[in-house]
Design a protein around this ligand. Structure first.
Ligand code: PLP
Length: 452
């Protein structure tokens, strides 16, 4: 930090403060984790300075031999770890990975056949009139994904996102009674809507998905099955999700982030079957520019870590800890969406405490518990205030928490929420109860930091 200090001390200060904050709080944001020192150090290298548009061995810049090495390693580890036929390590983030997937599917299913019919090999050679027709065709495709309030992601066809604008889109939800995915309802919607792409995967659904059933539905309507495993990739990597709960054998294209339960650098990956590989391989220049070479190197390191037996133990602990957290909430009378969890996410309905999600999030933050508010199915408070708090176990499991610690977390959360009055959170000053708990946590984490 002394090197940074000499140039812009405020960045050095903020970096120090971020470390202190991350140590002094309970990080329960389901999409966050703690990457290893090996991953963090790899990201901070001079690979950052290298341009490498293109693909391995086929770059638009000279001198990419070392980038070729790390990109190949990232792809090889990803293929081996997930049992995928093909892996693409260039996407900068989960959203980028999804954009690469969407455009690869469009290229394979729409552009390719269209060009073949037109007797042309290359869009650059088309007449202006043909080009306009192809563009209309590409813009006329359908996507069916899980709705945001049921736990889907913005990129699964939410209208304000580009995915909702690129495609004619419809969304499937969950059963209003149970909060669970209803495969018959998804099938009925797919049969009626006939999407080109069926997206499965989630950001806030606390249950496993049967991908064999999703593939069956996709096949029945001629759709490409795309699974976004950004959240649960660590559980797939650690073989907690196997058989029909592992998306890789069933999906045509799988996307993921590398920084959530997978515990790598911030970034994305696309896995695909051989059929879709050639179009995914054109991610650059189709959607991406120069890849983040330093991040691809860090992906290779993180994926190598995830291939170690210790990662499977970690992933199982993530799932066990989520069970303990859910049991801790249930035994204290708190209401959970779907009644529990069987992945790494617990979604708490805070309306029973007389709070909105926003108030609960703020009260918990005052107490040193970092979470995020989240919509629950048919949320009466909308996407900004919400009625839910989403908890995830990957980060604290990385810090060594087990079932007992997660039961204590449930106790702490319920205490804070029971002792919080609407209007006494952050904006109006934190509640007294949460201050007391915050002090307790600060003392304990100070002691823990002293040991680090
Ligand atoms: N897909 C899912 C399911 C996600 O939960 C997220 C992030 O929260 C993303 C994609 C986007 O990832 P990123 O923030 O890296 O763009």
């Amino acid at each position: 930090l002394a090197v940074i200090e000499a140039v812009e001390p405020r960045v050095a200060d903020a970096t120090r403060a971020e470390l202190a904050d991350q140590r002094a709080s309970l990080k329960l944001i389901a999409s966050e984790n703690y990457a290893s020192p090996a991953v963090l150090l790899t990201m901070g290298s001079w690979f950052s300075d290298k341009y490498a548009e293109g693909t391995v061995g086929h770059r638009f810049y000279a001198g990419c031999q070392n980038v070729d090495t790390v990109e190949s390693l990232a792809a090889e580890h990803a293929r081996e770890l997930f049992g995928a036929e093909y892996a693409y390590a260039q996407p900068h983030s989960g959203i980028d990975a999804n954009l690469v997937a969407f455009w690869s599917i469009l290229a394979h299913r729409v552009e390719g056949p269209w060009l073949e019919k037109a007797g042309s090999k290359n869009v650059a050679e088309l007449t202006d009139a043909d080009w306009e027709e192809l563009r209309r065709e590409l813009g006329n495709q359908r996507l069916l994904g899980m709705s945001l309030d049921a736990g889907g992601h913005l990129t699964h066809g939410f209208r304000p996102n580009i995915s909702g604008k690129m495609f004619h889109q419809q969304q499937y939800g969950t059963d209003p009674e149970t909060g669970l995915l209803d495969y018959d309802a998804v099938r009925a919607k797919a049969k009626e809507f006939k999407p080109l792409i069926l997206v499965a995967g989630y950001s806030a659904y606390p249950r496993r998905v049967n991908f064999a059933k999703m593939r069956e539905i996709a096949d029945e309507v001629g759709a490409t099955l795309m699974v976004d495993m950004a959240h649960f990739a660590g559980l797939v990597a650690g073989k907690v999700f196997t058989g029909e709960e592992d998306p890789v054998p069933y999906a045509h294209v799988v996307t993921t982030t590398t920084h959530k339960s997978l515990r790598g650098p911030r970034g994305g990956l696309v896995l695909a079957t051989e059929e879709y590989a050639p179009s995914v391989d054109r991610g650059c220049p189709m959607v991406l520019g120069g890849p983040l070479s330093h991040v691809m190197a860090a992906k290779a390191v993180a994926l190598a870590e995830a291939r170690q037996p210790a990662f499977a133990t970690y992933a199982q602990q993530v799932a066990d800890n989520a069970q303990a957290l859910a049991e801790g909430f249930n035994s204290r009378g708190a209401r959970l969406v779907t009644g529990g969890t069987d992945n790494h996410i617990v979604l708490l309905d805070v309306s029973g405490f007389g709070l909105t999600g926003r108030q609960a999030e703020s009260a918990l933050l005052d107490a040193g518990v970092v979470t995020n508010r989240n919509s629950i199915p048919a949320d009466p408070n909308g996407a900004w205030y919400t009625s839910g708090i989403r908890f995830g176990t990957p980060a604290l499991t990385s810090r060594g928490f087990g079932r007992d610690e997660f039961d204590k977390v449930a106790e702490l959360v319920v205490d804070v929420l029971r002792n919080t009055q609407p209007g006494t959170t952050k904006a109006g000053g934190p509640s007294k109860a949460s201050y007391t708990l915050a002090d307790g946590i600060a003392d304990r984490t100070k002691a823990a930091s002293a040991e680090m």
